[in-house]
Structure formats: C-alpha cells, structure tokens
Write a protein that binds this ligand. Structure first.
Ligand SMILES: NC(=O)c1ccc[n+]([C@@H]2O[C@H](COP(=O)([O-])OP(=O)(O)OC[C@H]3O[C@@H](n4cnc5c(N)ncnc54)[C@H](OP(=O)(O)O)[C@@H]3O)[C@@H](O)[C@H]2O)c1
Length: 259
C-alpha cells in the first residue's frame, strides 16, 4: 500500500468544519495526517469528528475563535498535548462582510480584521515556537484573490487579505532559519457556504453568480477540493523549496481583463 503524502504528520486546520477547510480536513486525513480542527461551533466540530471517525487517522475538534489569542494558544496546545508535535498549520478560518468604507461600521471592520488578519497572526504566533523546537514545519495561510486585486464593496475583506499576503512574505523570511516554510493560498471564487451566502443575499443571486463566473477563463467556479489539493502540496515535502509563495488557485480570473 502506498503511503499518503502527509503520512505521520500532525496538522491543525482552522475553519475546518465548512467549505474549503472541511475539504482540507478530509483530504489531509486521507493523506495520512492526524488533524486537529479549530472553529467556533462545537456542534459542527463534533459532527465532523463523528463523520470521519474510524475512516483514517484521528480527527479532533477544539472550539476556537481565532480572533482570541487565548483560543489560538489553546488550539496549538491541544494538538501538541494530544499528538506530541505539530508539523502543519493551515490557518484558513475566515469571514466575509460586504461594504464600502462609509458602509463599514467599526464593529464590522474589527470583526473582519480580527478573524481574517489577526486570527492568522495568532495561530502562527503560537505554532512557530513549537515548530522551531521540533526542527521545522509548514504554515499555510488562506488569503484570497482579493489579497492581490481590489473588488467593489469588500473593503475590510480586501484590506485583511492583502495584509495576509504580505505577512506571508515577512514571516517566511523570519521563519526560514528554523526550517519553517510559510506560504499563502489565494483562492478565486470557490463554491462554499460562504460564497453561496453571498449569492443568496444579492438582489438577483443568479445574475451575481453569472457575473462572477463569466470572467473566469476556466469557465466555472472552483471546488473546495481544488484548494485542498493545493494545500496538500504546500504542506508536503514536495514543496520543500517553496516559502513566501503567494499561490493563486483562481481558474485564471486574475490573469487579465476577461477579454
Ligand atoms: N469561498 C470562496 O470563494 C473564497 C475565496 C477566497 C478566499 N476564501 C477564504 O477561504 C477561507 C475559507 O472560506 P470558505 O469559503 O470555506 O468559508 P465557510 O464555508 O464560511 O467556512 C468558514 C470556516 O471558518 C470558521 N470560522 C469563521 N470564523 C471563525 C473564527 N473567528 N474562529 C475560528 N473559525 C472561524 C467557520 O466555522 P465557525 O463559524 O463555526 O467558526 C467555518 O468552519 C476563508 O479564509 C475565506 O476568506 C474563500
């Protein structure tokens, strides 16, 4: 039997109960990793653990709000306490809120930056010392195509994702001497509960979905499994010479003007 690409590794995945993160938990476990999932909703975490029980390496869930430093610390401690090490951090949790600058309340700004930027900082802050002690590791952040280009009415989201992109580069430099690779995934439009919600809330959901899909050279929305596949590559030793990389997985949508 061939061994998985993440055989024997221990991974923490935040936002692993839905969409992209959920596809990642399933794929990482199939590749041989023991996965500790962090997200807020305990019931969703318990349901995922029950669903995957007995199908491969152990998957556990720790209720976590990545915007809270103490929760992020507890998630890393839980992984190390249970498995004795931490090889991979896929910091993926995120929230989406629409709005221009005048429309964005202080509260929404704080929430989006708190989860989508500070949350990644928290997770890395507590994972890096563990990985340094054990001689290396791999960190992956989920940013977005909207970390590289702007979009209308997505001000806080774009600001946070742009921050994650450049945090990746700075952290990659800091972590290289400890053999910790830090890379970033920039998904395009991926069909997940987050995207479905955004479509649903539009005055004309079908029109928004068509407008979103038309400029994508590959002609369709992405699937969560296609982001998980890229994450497996960045988490595995196959990407051993990659750090500080900003990896687009967007069906080509940021290549041009759609003409
Ligand atoms: N879907 C897309 O088109 C797309 C495109 C580009 C980038 N992304 C990025 O990809 C990532 C995953 O998105 P998705 O589309 O898979 O979204 P999703 O289906 O809404 O899933 C989001 C996940 O994050 C968790 N989460 C939210 N806030 C959290 C917090 N404060 N602490 C811990 N966990 C939290 C959620 O669980 P709880 O609510 O239980 O905490 C859930 O598991 C996000 O960073 C998103 O910005 C998505």
């Amino acid at each position: 039997m061939s061994s998985g690409r993440l055989e024997g590794k221990v991974a923490v995945i935040t936002g692993g109960t839905s969409g992209i993160g959920r596809a990642g938990v399933i794929r990482f476990a199939q590749e041989g990793a023991r996965v500790v999932v962090g997200s807020r909703d305990r019931a969703a975490g318990d349901a995922l653990v029950r669903e995957l029980a007995g199908q491969g390496p152990e998957v556990t869930h720790v209720p976590t709000d990545v915007a809270r430093a103490e929760d992020a610390a507890r998630l890393v401690e839980a992984a190390v306490g249970r498995h004795g090490r931490l090889d991979i951090l896929w910091s993926n949790a995120g929230v989406q809120e629409a709005g221009t600058a005048p429309e964005t309340s202080e509260e929404i700004w704080e929430r989006v930056i708190g989860v989508n930027l500070t949350g990644h900082f928290h997770m890395a802050k507590f994972a890096i010392p563990v990985m340094t002690r054990q001689g290396g590791g791999a960190i992956i952040f989920t940013a977005s195509e909207l970390g590289l280009v702007g979009a209308s009415s997505s001000l806080a989201y774009c600001a946070a994702k742009g921050g994650v992109v450049n945090m990746t580069r700075a952290m990659a430099i800091d972590c290289a001497p400890a053999a910790i690779r830090v890379n970033c995934l920039c998904p395009g439009a991926i069909r997940t509960p987050m995207l479905e919600r955004w479509f649903r809330e539009a005055p004309d959901p079908a029109l928004l979905e068509r407008r979103q899909t038309e400029p994508i050279p590959l002609g369709r929305l992405g699937r969560p499994e296609e982001i998980a596949a890229a994450a497996v590559f960045l988490a595995s030793d196959e990407s051993s010479y990659m750090t500080g990389a900003i990896q687009l997985v967007d069906g080509g949508v940021t290549t041009g003007y759609g003409i």
